[in-house]
Design a protein. Sequence first.
Length: 176
Amino acid sequence: MDQQEVIQMHGNTGNTKNLKFFMQEAKEEIVDVPAPEKFVDDEGNRINLQIKVLPRKRINELREAYRKRSVAVSAKGSPFINSANNTVLFKEERDDERAARHMIAEALVYPNLQDKELMAFYKCNDITEMADHVFPRADDFNYVNRMILNVLGLGDNPADEDGGPSNEELLEEAKN
């Protein structure tokens, strides 16, 4: 294929493609979303959560922090060996629930689950415990978790079973 064919195939008519569109400084983005229904202000109005959009790199770091890899050993303590290529086998243990709770604590700006006063109120020393204390009901915790996953671009939630708006629709409404 000659250069002319390549140019025609890609639709380039002499204009060079500019990479400046891909050279953008990362900006911190905070998104307001409705809190679970029971969280209301003094006048009975539902409050909003504020969620910071975490960079993909940070999300991966959090997931990796709760992964442990070690040599797989027999009951006698001998390492297992892959006979096909004579390499040591590894076992991987992941604490996805704790990683998710850490992600919640890091992504939430309001309420700030890392706030010393809030942590003291719940007698917590570890931020991964805070989401369970602030949102003790499973439906509230799951709702907050889904909203955070949606804001971080990790969620995939169709409409609720009860026919109400999906979390994604609520998120879009909150952004507007």
